[in-house]
Structures are given as structure tokens and as C-alpha cells.
Write a protein that binds this ligand. Structure first.
Ligand code: ADP
Length: 234
């Protein structure tokens, strides 16, 4: 892997609250994520995993509390947006080709040399041969590859993935595990929401369980990884 073009970055969630009317999607969530950690968030549907990831991605504003990105040299990089986000519903355009999608987002993000960046990422995610195909014709796994390439466009130091394994076949899961392993080993910080144990959860260095918007277990504070990940919830 080439030298990292990013500064390893941690994330500090301080007393994050998110309210939707009377509903508390998150209640005073405080977590210190170190640069380079690979954290799996578990918890039943509605426990707040997606909301927490979307707040970290700056797609949703917290009702209270603060998220700081902390570069490994300890300087706060709050104003920067170093995170790449892979949503559950992949945010790519069906009526564009894989290559056109990446070129569009590269240009929107002001990436230098968008053509060569798009080509390099299509290679990285194994889609070079299908680059001229419309995303509409892609399987869930292939769309996921485009979404991951999109999230990597600006060399983010932090990757946020919402249920990245859902809907993938076994080959797709193995591909995703290998890809995330490369990202992790390059020093990227990874936060992902997962259901159950898998090749993907095996990459995690830490697991956190949310329940009704609160952190109820964290391997950092002594909880058992298997216990957190295997808890099915409802
Ligand atoms: P998870 O990802 O763990 O399934 P979510 O973060 O999606 O949980 O949801 C947490 C809670 O917030 C749920 O009760 C959900 O219905 C609610 N919620 C999420 N987004 C919205 C929204 N845009 N408007 C109203 N309620 C929302």
C-alpha cells in the first residue's frame, strides 16, 4: 500500500444527544475513538447506530453535544470533514456508469485529476472492467463497491459504514472484509454498524452496543466482544 495521504484521526463524541420530537434517538453518548481503531456498533434496530454514524459524517446535526475529529498529532481538526460515509442505501446514481459516478463526485469534491483518481479507485474496488456499465445494472455487491470507491475519493482518514455487509453474498462479504482490512492496516479509523458476527466483525478491534440511544456495553470498558456482537436483539 502506498504511503498514507491522510493524517490518522480519532473521533471524540461528547454527550451527543439527538431528538426527533419527543423521541430520543441518542442519549448522552460519549465515546473516545482512537486513530486507527476499527469499531463495530451493534444493537437492535432503532438503537441509534445509523444516527450516530450520520452525525459523525456531518449529515445530521446533533441536538446537543459535540463531535470532534482529533488528528494523531492532537490538533483538533473539527472544521475539516475527513470522514468517508458508506450509507446503507448506497448513494450512487443509477443512470450513470460506475466511472461517471466517480468522476461526478470527484469533481463535486474538487479532487485534483479526477480522471486518474476515478481510474485508480475503480481498480482498487475491482470494477475496472465494468466501469462503462450503468450502475442500474449492478448487483448490491457491485453497487457497494462503487459506494466504497466514492467514500475513498478524498483519501479520508475515517471511514463510516452503515450495515456494509447487508445484502452481500459470501463472495461480496469476503471482498468487503479484505478491502476493510487493507483500509484498517493502512491506518484508517473505521466505524461500522453490524448485525451479528461475520468476517466483517472479525476485523473489529472494539465493539460497542447501543440500546435505545445509549451505550450499554463497550469492550474498552471490559465488555466481552463476542457477547456484544452475538447479541441478536429484536
Ligand atoms: P439503528 O441504525 O440502530 O437501526 P437509527 O439511528 O436508524 O437506529 O434510529 C434511531 C431512532 O431514531 C429510531 O427510533 C428511529 O425511528 C429514529 N429516527 C431516525 N431518523 C429519524 C428521522 N429522520 N425522523 C424521525 N425519527 C428518526
Amino acid at each position: 500500500m502506498k504511503a498514507a495521504a491522510f493524517t490518522p484521526t480519532g473521533i471524540r463524541f461528547a454527550n451527543i444527544e439527538k431528538r426527533y420530537g419527543n423521541l430520543y434517538a441518542l442519549r448522552r453518548v460519549s465515546l473516545e475513538i482512537r486513530a486507527g481503531e476499527c469499531v463495530a456498533f451493534a444493537g437492535r434496530n432503532g438503537s441509534g447506530k445509523t444516527t450516530l454514524l450520520r452525525i459523525a459524517a456531518r449529515l445530521v446535526r446533533a441536538s446537543a453535544g459535540k463531535v470532534d475529529f482529533v488528528a494523531s498529532d492532537r490538533q483538533e481538526t473539527d472544521s475539516a470533514a475527513p470522514a468517508g460515509f458508506v450509507a446503507h442505501a448506497t448513494m450512487v446514481y443509477d443512470e450513470l456508469t460506475a466511472e461517471e459516478n466517480l468522476l461526478l463526485f470527484a469533481k463535486l469534491q474538487g479532487i485534483a485529476e479526477p480522471g486518474s483518481r476515478a481510474a485508480a479507485l475503480l481498480e482498487e474496488v475491482g470494477l475496472s472492467e465494468r466501469r462503462k456499465s450503468l450502475v442500474r445494472t449492478f448487483s448490491r455487491g457491485m453497487r457497494q463497491r462503487v459506494a466504497i470507491a466514492r467514500a475513498l475519493l478524498n483519501e479520508p482518514s475515517v471511514l463510516l459504514l452503515d450495515e456494509p455487509a447487508t445484502g452481500l453474498d459470501p463472495d461480496g462479504i469476503t471482498w468487503l472484509a479484505n478491502t476493510l482490512e487493507r483500509m484498517r492496516d493502512a491506518g484508517r479509523t473505521i466505524l461500522m454498524s453490524l448485525h451479528g458476527e461475520s468476517e466483517i466483525s472479525a476485523l473489529a478491534s472494539r465493539a460497542v452496543r447501543l440500546d435505545a440511544g445509549s451505550v450499554v456495553a463497550d469492550t474498552r470498558t471490559g465488555s466481552d466482544m463476542h457477547g456484544i456482537l452475538s447479541f441478536a436483539g429484536a
